[in-house]
Design a protein around this ligand. Structure first.
Ligand code: PMT
Length: 221
């Protein structure tokens, strides 16, 4: 049994995918199930934190005691996070945000007997990067989902987005973190330290991550 070692701390999180509308019935998204983020929210609440979870659409029940804010698109997630970030101590950005949204969204269902539609994409805002720019005392944690060169890309994201820690995981092949009950992660820190964990259930990853945050935060604030 872990102590209530997060008591008094406020944790703001994201989980799941974002969905970007093509028309009222179709969208662009990704394979995030929400399991990793929900496991962290559940563990943080269990350990005494006040947890707010900004979540894209997933098929998971909201963990007991966690405040849920449902969003669809990356732009909605950006507003939900920036509106709230100032009053939180720890921010953990697990959501798989769609990097692109549809520029030419149709207000009506695109009919299949019309000519083949061309979907134009536009870049979505980088939510984590703007949280990194605006953060003050908050301990800011990002995730990096990569299909190769995990360490290089994760460290680059940590520096560019002004993070206090990044959790790298692979999302290719049979060991992909997407949808799985297990995850194999590496923690990277701005001082160059890193910690590669064995593959383990996502609820165990969640506790390891919260342990690491508490330890690092002690020397951070
Ligand atoms: O949901 P599961 O099925 O359990 O899968 C878990 C997971 C694989 C989704 C999770 O462990 C994970 O890796 N989440 C991050 C996914 C992701 O979007 O990675 P990225 O490398 O593209 O983004 C890096 C970071 O920037 C992430 O913290 C992301 O939330 C953030 N980001 C990315 C793009 C964007 N426009 N805005 C962002 O805030």
């Amino acid at each position: 049994l872990r102590p209530k070692d997060l008591k008094g701390l406020r944790v703001l999180m994201t989980a799941g995918p974002t969905v970007e509308a093509i028309d009222p019935v179709r969208y662009i998204s990704n394979h995030s199930s929400g399991k990793m983020g929900y496991a962290i929210a559940r563990a943080a609440e269990y350990r005494g934190a006040e947890v707010c979870l900004v979540t894209g659409p997933v098929n998971l029940p909201l963990p007991h005691g966690v405040e849920g804010i449902a969003v669809q698109s990356a732009k909605e997630m950006l507003v939900a996070m920036t509106d709230r970030m100032d009053s939180f101590d720890i921010i953990i950005k697990v959501a798989a945000v769609a990097d692109f949204c549809v520029r030419n969204t149709s207000d009506h269902k695109i009919k299949k007997n019309e000519s083949t539609p061309v979907i134009e994409l536009a870049h979505n805002p980088d939510i984590l990067a703007s949280l990194g720019q605006r953060k003050r005392q908050q301990f800011l944690v990002g995730f990096a989902a990569e299909t190769k060169d995990l360490a290089r890309y994760a460290k680059d994201k940590m520096a560019r987005k002004n993070l206090d820690m990044i959790v790298g995981n692979l999302v290719a092949g049979t060991e992909s973190a997407f949808g799985s009950d297990q995850n194999k992660v590496t923690f990277f820190y701005p001082d160059g330290n890193e910690d590669a964990l064995e593959a383990m259930p996502k609820d165990k990853v969640a506790d390891q991550l919260l342990d690491a945050i508490l330890l690092r935060r002690a020397s951070h604030v």
